[in-house]
Write a protein that binds this ligand. Structure first.
Ligand code: 13P
Length: 286
């Protein structure tokens, strides 16, 4: 069923599990994400970045999501990931997204507070859930060749800055930078769990962990126990989808029927979603 982000995260917070927020670029992947969540009786968040939203179109996305999610027996939410401007947020909300992330992390702190507060005011009047971001999460959702990535200490979320940002902006959820990176790197990313503990002491809202691909699994589990409720996953889904298409085309180079090529890619996507749902502990909750 189409659900509210606040409700599914409140239950996750109470019972200490994480809810996967899975990115998609096409309807087939969206449907695969939703079907896998249904099979595992897990709540689910389907999300698009600005580029993904622009590729498929916000209205097509929201209409497709509503048709597919209505039939589900588990709660599902449509979320805008890394909205960088007020106009992206407006585009998503007008189309029917019920939850948005406003990412002002590349701005100065006062500018970040200003745009995030403006989005929270706009969204609040419309019953839309808002995620803000304080600290900077480096990287892009692709496969990186270099070992890890140097994270500047100043990029990590400072607990007291997070508390002031949360109070000043009135967001529902905060995305934090605690060693997580966007993308997959050789070697698993390790999280600064002490920092996360200090953040959860002072921020009473929901917390979101971006860069959910390639993080050390034990750290993901600890982060959930410490107070992360929403975990974003993109790169591993992209790898699975494109990897499936590549291998199918290598095996059958003459094939041109999309419905013969796509199933392998979608099976691989389903496998990643399944692994993450088990890792986050959200299976069997509905
Ligand atoms: P990954 O690409 O590392 O999974 O991160 C996804 C993400 O955080 C989207 O906001």
């Amino acid at each position: 069923m189409v659900a509210s982000m606040g409700e599914i995260l409140a239950r996750a917070k109470k019972d200490k599990y994480g809810v996967g927020a899975f990115n998609f670029t096409n309807i087939e992947v969206l449907e695969t994400i939703l079907k896998t969540a249904k099979r595992l009786r897990s709540p689910v968040i389907a999300e698009t970045s600005e580029s993904e939203m622009n590729f498929l179109g916000a209205e097509v996305i929201a209409a497709s999501f509503n048709v597919l999610a209505e039939k589900l027996t588990v709660p599902a939410v449509l979320h805008l990931d890394h909205g960088k401007s007020f106009s992206s947020v407006e585009m998503a909300v007008s189309a029917g997204y019920s939850s948005v992330h406003i990412d002002g992390s590349l701005l100065t702190d006062p500018e970040n507070i200003k745009i995030t507060r403006a989005v929270a005011d706009y969204a609040g009047e419309r019953g839309i859930f808002v995620e803000g971001e304080i600290g900077r999460i480096p990287g892009t959702s692709t496969v990186h060749k270099q070992e890890g990535m140097k994270i500047n200490l100043t990029d990590l979320t400072d607990p007291s800055a997070a508390a002031s940002f949360f109070a000043a902006t009135k967001v529902n959820c905060l995305a934090v930078s605690i060693g997580n990176l966007h993308g997959v790197y050789p070697g698993r990313e390790r999280l600064d769990l002490n920092r996360l503990g200090a953040i959860t002491e002072v921020v009473r809202g929901f917390l979101s962990l971006h860069g959910g691909s390639g993080i050390c699994e034990a750290d993901v589990k600890s982060a959930i126990q410490l107070g992360i409720q929403k975990i974003n996953v993109n790169t591993e889904l992209r790898q699975a989808f494109i990897g499936g298409i590549r291998s199918e085309m290598a095996a059958n180079p003459e094939e041109i029927r999309p419905y013969e090529v796509l199933p392998e890619a979608l099976e691989r996507v389903a496998k990643v979603v399944e692994e993450k749902i088990y890792l986050f502990g959200s299976d069997g909750k509905y």
